[in-house]
Write a protein of this length. Structure first.
Length: 74
């Protein structure tokens, strides 16, 4: 998760300090992923089948918006 970058960009070094901040406004923590795993293992998720839960702070959805810029349409 920490090596994720915009499509076509190189992976970033662990201590580089150049990490892109996800649209949610902070870098993800291990607890964010653990919470999703605990949810899927819980009784509340017993009726969920065949789905993917993206735990990426909006990174997947946010790149297209950032590349275009505010107000631009694609």
């Amino acid at each position: 998760m920490r090596h994720m970058g915009p499509p076509g960009s190189p992976a970033l070094a662990e201590g580089s300090g150049d990490w892109p901040v996800p649209p949610i406004g902070r870098i993800g923590q291990a607890g964010d992923v653990a919470a999703a795993a605990v949810f899927y293992a819980s009784a509340e998720a017993e009726f969920i089948t065949g789905t993917t839960l993206l735990v990426d702070g909006g990174m997947t959805a946010g790149y297209l918006q950032r590349e275009r810029g505010p107000g631009e349409r694609g």
